[in-house]
Design a protein around this ligand. Sequence first.
Ligand SMILES: NC(=O)c1ccc[n+]([C@@H]2O[C@H](COP(=O)([O-])OP(=O)(O)OC[C@H]3O[C@@H](n4cnc5c(N)ncnc54)[C@H](O)[C@@H]3O)[C@@H](O)[C@H]2O)c1
Ligand SMILES: O=P(O)(O)OC[C@H](O)CO
Length: 415
Amino acid sequence: MTVTEGAPRLRHKVTVIGSGNWGTTVAKLVAENTAGHPDLFEEDVQMWVYEEKVTIAPDSKHYDPAVGDSPQNLTAVINKYHENVKYLPGIALPRNVVANPSLVDAVKDSSVLIFNLPHEFIGNICRQIKDHILPYARGISCIKGVTVSEDNIELICEYISETLGIYCGALSGANIASEIANEQWCETTIAYNTPAGDLHNSSSSSNGKTASNGDGLIEFTDSRGRVSKTKLTPMPATYPTLDHDELHKLFARPYFTVSMVSDVVGVSLGGALKNIVALACGFVEGHGWNMTAKTAVMRRGMLEMIAFAREFYPETIQEKTFWEESAGWGDMIVSCTSARNWRYSKMAVERGVTVEEIEKTELNGQKLQGISTTREVASFLKAKGVQDKYPLFMLVEGILDANVDVEDIPALIRK
Ligand SMILES: NC(=O)c1ccc[n+]([C@@H]2O[C@H](COP(=O)([O-])OP(=O)(O)OC[C@H]3O[C@@H](n4cnc5c(N)ncnc54)[C@H](O)[C@@H]3O)[C@@H](O)[C@H]2O)c1
Ligand SMILES: O=P(O)(O)OC[C@H](O)CO
């Protein structure tokens, strides 16, 4: 076979960083697709696992009398039985999902990095991989959260981009991991603005907002509409172009409908802020109020999300994302009626304990992103002196800190 000069000779290697409930589900669906697109992707998908010990119960089909109840490494168990027995039990994983306890080894030579772990851990992860990734790797963040330092707020994909010097898009939607793992149909949204230097067969990017600055690196417009301080190494032409079509092939499944957009802010903020609203819905339902109260909370929550996006990302927010995409209203509805933040904040009020206590005792290692997101957003709003404009977000912080009673929500919101 003659290889045409400049034609792709390599395929994208994909790593999923994280292996919780959603991390493992995304590794499963992506691995199904890498196997189906050998022209674009290497078949094996690395899944980095935060190593921990697990014990297999005697009534499990994976119980091995020779091992008994001795604790085993989760990674070894996943690779032996092709199942994440702790975070996604009962779901068969494709054999091309390779669990790897070494973060540095898992990201080595990967051109596509899928970040999928609770947002609290992203700083530590980025520090560890910074000097070990390909300079032209590209990221997709499936993480729902934000990072706040004093009066500065960053979307997780912004943080990843700045810390690692790579471009990073975002995936978010009305997505309950266990349902998708069972291949029940749902939708999601991916926001990605392909850097111009990555488009080998085209002279402009999908958003026309990147340019070479003469030193081989490319500038790009960040989520706030500014020329980013981060300069990107372009993806070499030896790889297949990584644009909307290829990302769609990597993530879409017959049971997972993917909409590709360019609004990174709308997709990221929708996924992060709705978790605050989901806690509020759990609180009012735990208190004994029903769908009408929850609807009031959701409506006000959506208005505060839009106000937040307008106030802090005025240049780039495309509000239609909140109304038209799964990452907006869709995610709000599912999060306030059947997801973990809603379910366990309701349980906390019913039992008269804190949500943190419920997270420790009931979630078997899974995390409620709403707790830290509420605290981070509230501290950011106070630092900016605009907390009065966001009464619902602030009330949720008050309830988490036991300074506010759920009973008082209507009066405090009116005030
Ligand atoms: N589960 C869902 O249905 C769902 C759906 C959509 C989006 N999300 C989002 O996906 C992201 C990941 O959530 P998840 O559901 O996969 O996680 P999870 O809550 O199920 O699991 C927690 C994970 O954190 C890991 N962990 C614990 N300590 C750690 C440490 N010190 N450093 C690194 N990792 C550590 C655990 O090993 C585990 O993999 C979150 O932002 C969440 O909001 C979740
Ligand atoms: O289970 P939660 O509350 O973390 O929410 C899961 C997803 O974000 C719902 O779309």
